[in-house]
Each structure stands twice: as C-alpha cells, then as structure tokens.
Design a protein around this ligand. Structure first.
Ligand SMILES: Cc1cc2nc3c(=O)[nH]c(=O)nc-3n(C[C@H](O)[C@H](O)[C@H](O)COP(=O)(O)O)c2cc1C
Length: 193
C-alpha cells in the first residue's frame, strides 16, 4: 500500500477514529477484511502466545447480537426498557462491519498476564491502522457490552479472558476533524537522575 516512507508517515499522522453510528457502507469486503485482520495479527507478542482472538460478526448476525445484549442487560437491570434497550439495538446494528477482539491470556504462562493483555491492545491499534490503510474508518468501543460476563462468554471468553473492544469499520460519512491531542511536553520528559 505504501510506496514510500512519506505516505506511511502521512497515514500515521492522519488516522482518526470515526463515530461508529455515522459510518456508512461500504465496509471492507471479505478479502479486504481478511487482509486487515492478518495485518493486525502482526503484533508484538512476548512468548509467541497469540493471547488474543478476533470474532467476526456477520451482517445477518447483528439482530442476534442485539437480542443477546438486551437479554443480558435486562438480567442485570431487571425492569429495564425503553431508551436503554433502544441504545443497545443501535449499538448492535451500527456500521457495516463489526469485529470483537478478545484478550485470552494463556494461563500459567511465565509471561505476565499484563504483557499478554497489552499485546491484545496492540492488536486493536493495528486493526485501526490496517483499516485506515485500506481506506476505511474504524472505531474502538467498549462500555457495558465489553464488561458483561454473559456477553463475553457468548463470544467465547473463558475464565480470565476479556473483551478488548468492539471494532466497528466502515466508510466515514463526512470528513473527520482532528481532535485535540495531548501536548507533547505534558506527557514526554527527559529522565532526570
Ligand atoms: C479501550 C478503549 C475503549 C474505548 N471505548 C470507547 C467507548 O466505549 N465509547 C467512546 O465514545 N469512545 C471509546 N473509546 C475512544 C475511541 O475509540 C477513540 O479513542 C476516540 O474516539 C478518538 O480516537 P482517535 O484518536 O483514534 O481519533 C475507547 C478507546 C479505547 C482505547
């Protein structure tokens, strides 16, 4: 994709998340999605444990996702109705493409769980970069749907596994403005010893 260094640098300098609810078709087709995921899996991984999993959610499975979210939410919040449930419907149906990324640390490994979880986060960042490089916009969302044990289990999470995030991909319906970034000097300093 990048035929010179400046285009790679431009990619890194311009990638932005889009709002999932504003994403429109097309999303990546099957081949592009496969490439995006394959690129994302090229991620630093101490011990070569591959402590992450990606679950693809097909367009025709969005209604099942909405049902799952609403059922689990009502179980946790008896009597919930109305706006709560329509927000979950909206969440499940937004954007053309949806991936769920899980952190699946290998139990008993000598590699600390924290390192395995960081590697899963790095897969997430790589997903956003790879989607952008393919001309799509991405959004990494968590919220309640990522922290519900019942929802996580439905995506195959076992003990110690967590949902890193929902990755919505699609086409931006409008230009994305840059957002404020931290001041370099606020977050970077020379080591003083
Ligand atoms: C782990 C994680 C979870 C996030 N969850 C949410 C979320 O639930 N809702 C939300 O509006 N933004 C969430 N964000 C923020 C957006 O994904 C994104 O960082 C923000 O919109 C700007 O991103 P950009 O710097 O890529 O443009 C999350 C970010 C991370 C890293």
């Amino acid at each position: 994709m990048f035929n010179d260094r400046s285009s790679l640098l431009a990619h890194l300098a311009t990638r932005r998340s889009g709002k999932a609810r504003d994403m429109v078709a097309p999303g990546p087709d099957a081949r592009a999605l496969h490439e995006i995921i394959a690129l994302a899996l090229r991620t630093p991984d101490h011990g070569k444990l591959a402590p992450w999993r990606i679950v693809t959610v097909a367009a025709e499975q969005r209604e099942a996702l909405a049902t799952l979210l609403k059922r689990s939410w009502v179980k946790e919040n008896p009597g919930a109705a109305g706006l709560d449930l329509s927000a979950l419907d909206q969440f499940a149906h937004q954007a053309p493409t949806l991936l769920v990324l899980l952190s699946t640390p290998v139990p008993g490994s000598k590699i600390p769980v924290w390192e395995q979880q960081m590697s899963a986060g790095a897969v997430g960042m790589n997903l956003l970069h790879a989607a952008h490089a393919h001309g799509f916009v991405g959004s990494w969302l968590t919220g309640w749907a990522a922290y519900s044990a019942e929802v996580a289990a439905a995506f195959g999470a076992g003990d110690g596994d967590t949902i890193v995030g929902y990755f919505f991909l699609g086409t931006a319906s409008r230009d994305l403005d840059e957002r404020p970034r931290p001041d370099y000097d606020d977050v970077v300093r020379s080591w003083e010893i």
